[in-house]
Design a protein around this ligand. Structure first.
Ligand code: CA
Length: 234
């Protein structure tokens, strides 16, 4: 099953954050890591992940305080949060949850258990991200077989165009900058010009032409691209 959800790990114990990153990436998630609470707060203002793994005790700003602040801002109030805590006392757990965490695990935890909780929480809050099949308008995309249909007819997309479409279909209406698309589709370390994104969006558009004739990709001047929300809902 393809899983492209973005997970943000905020943890100052580097061996632990490396272990988590390795295991989450092996599951197909996209992972970012930060070791300080205050830096994490700034990053979260730029981009909301699909799920946050948040350590309780952090330099700069505690995980509890960060979680409390996230819940107070409209843009971040719905980010799913799993707290990682070394404290096992029941009162502390209750306090962790009362700050707005969706779940918590007590260190040391087993990696498979954490992965199961991540998956369960993602499924609860955002079923599209781990669904095998995505649909938008007359387009249907199957992640397990990597096939795409429009109005019932199969389309033939290159791997990059498939990945772009999959990414757009996860969040119809959301506008992505070229930089965000580069990160998501080619990876953060790819040394690719942002104009490459335009080339592949052009190819995707061409591959998608047909069906009911509408162009599902919207160009937002000065901002980037999105999957047209009206198209997706039709
Ligand atoms: Ca810590």
């Amino acid at each position: 099953m393809a899983m492209s959800a973005r997970i943000f790990i905020v943890e100052d114990e580097e061996p632990l954050s490396l272990l988590l990153r390795y295991n989450l990436e092996a599951e197909g998630y996209r992972v970012d890591v930060c070791g300080r609470g205050d830096e994490a707060e700034l990053k979260l203002r730029e981009e909301a992940p699909d799920l946050l793994l948040l350590d309780w005790m952090l330099p700069g700003l505690s995980g509890i305080e960060l979680c409390r602040r996230l819940r107070q801002r409209r843009e971040t109030e719905n980010i799913p949060v799993i707290m990682l805590t070394a404290r096992g006392e029941e009162a502390e757990r209750v306090r962790g949850l009362s700050t707005g965490a969706d779940d918590y695990v007590v260190k040391p935890f087993s990696v498979p258990e954490l992965l199961a909780r991540v998956k369960a929480l993602l499924r609860r809050v955002n079923p599209e991200r781990i669904a095998d099949e995505l649909g938008a308008g007359d387009i249907r995309l199957d992640r397990t077989t990597r096939r795409v249909w429009r109005s019932g007819g199969e389309l033939h997309l290159g791997p990059t165009e498939f990945r772009l479409l999959e990414f757009f279909m996860e969040k119809p209406g959301r506008v992505y900058s070229r930089g965000q698309l580069l990160d998501a589709v080619w990876g953060r370390d790819a040394e690719i010009d942002e104009r490459t994104v335009d080339v592949h969006v052009g190819r995707l558009r061409k591959a998608l032409s047909g069906g009911d004739g509408r162009d599902p990709i919207r160009t937002v001047r000065g901002a980037g691209y999105s999957l047209d929300e009206k198209f997706a809902r039709a």
